[in-house]
Write a protein that binds this ligand. Sequence first.
Ligand code: SF4
Length: 204
Amino acid sequence: GAEITARNIDNLSQHFPMCMAHLHRSLRRDSHLRHFGRLQYMLFLKGIGLNLEESLIFWRSSFNKITDDTFNKEYRYNVRYSYGDVGGDSNRRSGGHSPYSCQKILTEHAPGPGDAHGCPYRHFSMENLTSLLRASGVTDPQVLHGVKEDKESQKYHMACNRVFEHLHRKELKRAKDDGVMTAAQLETIVHPNEYFKRSYLLKN
Ligand code: SF4
C-alpha cells in the first residue's frame, strides 16, 4: 500500500469516510479549513499514521495562499500541540489529542455555515449528502434510498456502514469467500479511523 505521507493524502483519501472526504475536498477547494475542521481532520490524519513532520508539510502545503510567516505564527503551534510536541507536561506525556470518534463528531460542536467539520450523514441536508455521495461513487438508487431512511431515523452509523459495504462490496465478498473475515471486521464501524483502516486493508 501507499506510504502515509503528505503527498499521498490525495490518493489515500479514496479510503476516507464521508466526514473526512468532505474536509479534504473543502481544504483543496479553499486552501483553508476553519478551527474545528482543522482539528477533526488533523487528528484523523494523525490517527492514520501521518507523523508530525509530514503533518507540518501537509498543512503548510495545503494552506497555499498564505505566507510562511503567517503559517508559522498562526498554525504551526497547533499542529505541534495536537501531536504533543509542545504544550504542558500532560499534553506532552499523552502525545497530544486523540482522533475523534463518530460519537464525538456527531454530538459536539455542530457545524455552522461555512464550516466543513461534523458528520455529513447528520449535518448535511439530504440534497447535499446525495451530491457528496454521488461524487464519491455512490450512485445506486437502492443504497441512496437506504441512506435516506437511515438519516431520517437518525441512524447515522448505519448509513455510514451501508456506504462502506457498498463501496467495498467486491472486496468484502472476496474476503468472505476466502474465509478471512474476522469477527472484528464484521462489527459496525464507529470511528472514522476504523473506517480508513478497514478500507485500506481491503483494497491493498
Ligand atoms: Fe464520519 Fe462517523 Fe459520520 Fe461515518 S458516521 S461519516 S465515520 S462521523
